[in-house]
Design a protein around this ligand. Structure first.
Ligand code: SAH
Ligand code: MG
Length: 215
């Protein structure tokens, strides 16, 4: 696909960043973004603390592209207090709400990727409604409940340029391995006939856009 390798300082930064991106899947993201990034911008839905944004940002630097990463930074349903992946250090006591934005900012600044990674703070569906730029790569890793996952697909997948890629995280074929909403997004993209699968690494699926009709 490409022989690009992550610079060691960025690899180190990515691996120690807080978040939900196993190294092998992060490297796959980096490689895919390196292969497609020269065609246009990369968009990520679901920034959290910037872990995956480092892999994508490294590829943006390599290809002269840019990463736009969208998150309201208030946490998905499945990372709120009481849920397994909740991190109490990310709660802002002034509002009694999660806030991953300060950690994200620190992570990206420390990695030296402030010129490559642009944060958009807001609800994905609101931002999608304003979006009009063809994307070389779309990475969907936002809310994993049925409704937000569906809205991310419907709002953003039409912006993937022909020949561009859609990557979906946390795709589990078997319900016993994890929630099914990202899997349904993946199936829907494939079944639309507009995408074909080009890479599979852990729970990361990468599809290339081959046709116009995204259903
Ligand atoms: N990519 C990250 C993990 C993302 S976790 C990593 O590498 O670690 C999912 C993120 O999606 C959370 O930060 C949550 O705030 C965000 N999110 C969930 N639903 C959203 C929505 N409707 N709009 C914007 N962001 C959303
Ligand atoms: Mg994920």
């Amino acid at each position: 696909m490409t022989d690009a390798t992550m610079p060691p300082d960025l690899l180190y930064a990515a691996e120690r960043a807080k978040g939900f991106m196993p190294p092998a899947e992060g490297l796959a993201l980096f490689e895919v973004a390196c292969a497609y990034g020269s065609r246009g911008p990369i968009c990520e839905i679901g920034t959290y603390c910037g872990k995956s944004a480092i892999y994508l940002g490294a590829a943006a630097r390599h290809t002269g592209s840019v990463v736009v990463t969208v998150d309201h930074h208030r946490g998905s349903e499945e990372i709120q207090p009481g849920w397994a992946h909740h991190d109490p250090t990310l709660v802002d006591p002034r509002f009694g709400k999660m806030d991953s934005l300060p950690v994200f900012r620190c992570t990206i600044a420390a990695a030296g990727l402030e010129d490559e990674v642009i944060a958009v703070v807001g609800r994905s569906e609101q931002v999608a409604a304003l979006w009009n730029t063809p994307l070389a790569m779309l990475f969907i890793d936002g809310g994993h409940a049925e409704e937000p996952a569906r809205a991310d697909y419907e709002g953003w997948a039409p912006h993937v340029m022909p020949g561009g890629v859609l990557a979906v995280h946390d795709v589990f074929e078997r319900p016993q391995d994890g929630g099914q909403a990202p899997y349904r997004v993946y199936r829907r993209a494939l079944d639309s006939g507009a995408f074909r699968e080009i890479r599979h690494e852990g729970s990361l699926r990468v599809l290339e856009r081959v046709g116009p009709g995204i259903g």
